[in-house]
Design a protein around this ligand. Structure first.
Ligand code: APR
Ligand code: PHB
Length: 393
């Protein structure tokens, strides 16, 4: 089958789906091609913290109903070290901004429902997706559905297919420059049927390694432990995970970690990665296809949404007035913000984790950094304004 659309989108993650939704609102047609099934993408457990700007966008564009009902608004967070908690007043330090706990796969569900409800086309379980002719004005996406070959012709391709997708590798060598950092640790994450042990997130620095207390609902806790990059999950029975969390999150004044049944367990790798530029010809990369951040700042999803916001605006401008100016500026506009978010994610990661090969000086420096951030209003404000989300140019 051969078919045509204005924007061909590879990947039904937050980037691809949000782009399709924003384009639809601007009267621009798109088709989304996704390798996995609808059920798989709607159940894939990922992070779950939305910046103020992401929340505003979801609500303003009509996909915020469940988010408003089920999202947990947070006005602050806790940094815990030396057995004591220190609150960062996110709202007070940013003129009222907040962050919201709402799982990424719930955002994906809401966007899929909105697209399909508006007659949008998402091809799930599209096999052998490949992108062609994006050095010219009529790029094509080839794929198979139920064994049958199809070709989708379009004006533009959006590569929203994540870090392991096919769009970035399809770009000829020499066009892209990659910037990469791999960290010598990973996160072991669990979802547990337990009441959160605190109303707010707790980022804990401990000599045994970093730990994070987060949540998904008033009855589900999300917890993470710094672990080895090649950690074997088989060596972490639930009891050992809870004991380790208890040690690392320990605080005086009678704080207690609520335990419960572990319903999901996984390892998250940690890397920083950026590709420059984020566009070549009529192929535009967005989200994890173009950059990865370590999860410490909770920025992955938010960066993906920020990219497609810029891309949707540029495409809207083009279709309304044949003006390509914003399209040519897409990469530059995104990368300026991407690098600031990379810096923040790297900084949070560096401040809170134990590194192999570090010495006593490094530990003292980390503790001094934490002490500074929790006692200087200027330093706390720097953390807060990045955490709730930098403005989009
Ligand atoms: N063909 C079609 N679809 C593909 C292909 C392919 N060859 N390869 C990957 N995909 C799909 C994946 O199955 C996935 O659904 O592309 C989608 C990419 O989605 P995400 O990985 O969620 O990436 P993105 O939309 O950029 O969102 C970034 O996701 O990984 C998290 O932490 C990250 O929160 C951030 C967010
Ligand atoms: C999460 O809830 O999954 C989460 C929260 C904050 C982070 C990372 C992950 O920094």
């Amino acid at each position: 089958m051969n078919h045509r659309t204005q924007v061909g989108i590879v990947g039904a993650g937050p980037a691809g789906l949000m782009l399709s939704h924003l384009l639809h609102l601007a009267g621009i047609e798109s088709v989304v091609l996704e390798a996995r099934s609808r059920r798989y993408v709607e159940e894939r457990v990922r992070a779950g913290l939305l910046e103020q700007g992401t929340v505003n966008l979801l609500k303003e564009t009509g996909v915020g109903e469940r988010l408003t009902r089920l999202g947990l608004t947070h006005h602050g967070l806790e940094l815990r070290f030396g057995g004591r908690g220190h609150r960062i007043d996110l709202s007070g330090l940013t003129g009222g901004s907040t962050v919201t706990i709402y799982a990424q796969h719930e955002v994906v569900k809401d966007l899929i429902a909105a697209r399909l409800g508006a007659g949008g086309q998402i091809v799930f379980e599209a096999d052998d997706v490949s992108v062609h002719d994006f050095d010219g004005p009529t790029p094509k996406i080839r794929y198979r559905k139920d064994g049958d070959a199809s070709e989708l012709s379009c004006d533009f391709i959006a590569g929203c297919d994540g870090f392991h997708g096919v769009c970035r590798p399809a770009i000829p060598s020499g066009v892209l420059t990659m910037y990469d950092r791999i960290y010598p640790f990973a996160w072991l994450g669990i979802l547990a049927e337990a009441r959160p042990s605190s109303d707010e997130l707790i980022y804990a620095y401990h000599e045994r390694g970093f730990a994070l207390h987060s949540m998904r609902s008033p009855t589900i806790t999300r917890l993470y432990l710094q672990c080895a990059p090649d950690e074997n999950l088989g060596q972490w029975p639930d009891e050992r995970i809870w004991d380790e969390l208890e040690l690392r999150l320990a605080a005086d004044k009678g704080w207690k970690l609520n335990r419960g049944a572990v319903i999901q367990k996984g390892i998250t790798e940690m890397r920083s990665f950026v590709v420059e530029p984020m566009q070549t010809g009529t192929l535009f990369l967005a989200g994890d296809a173009a950059h990865i951040v370590p999860p410490t700042g909770a920025k992955g999803l938010n960066l993906a949404i920020a990219d497609v916001r810029v891309l949707a605006r540029a495409l809207t401008d083009y279709y309304r007035s044949s003006n390509r100016e914003l399209l040519t500026k897409y990469s530059g506009i995104c990368l300026r913000r991407v690098w600031k978010v990379q810096r923040f994610s790297w900084w949070m990661t560096s401040m809170l984790h134990r590194f192999t090969g570090e010495n006593a000086f490094d530990q003292r420096r980390q503790l001094a950094e934490l002490d500074y951030v929790t006692t200087s209003r200027a330093a706390a404000q720097t953390l807060a304004e990045n955490y709730v989300g930098l403005p989009i140019e």
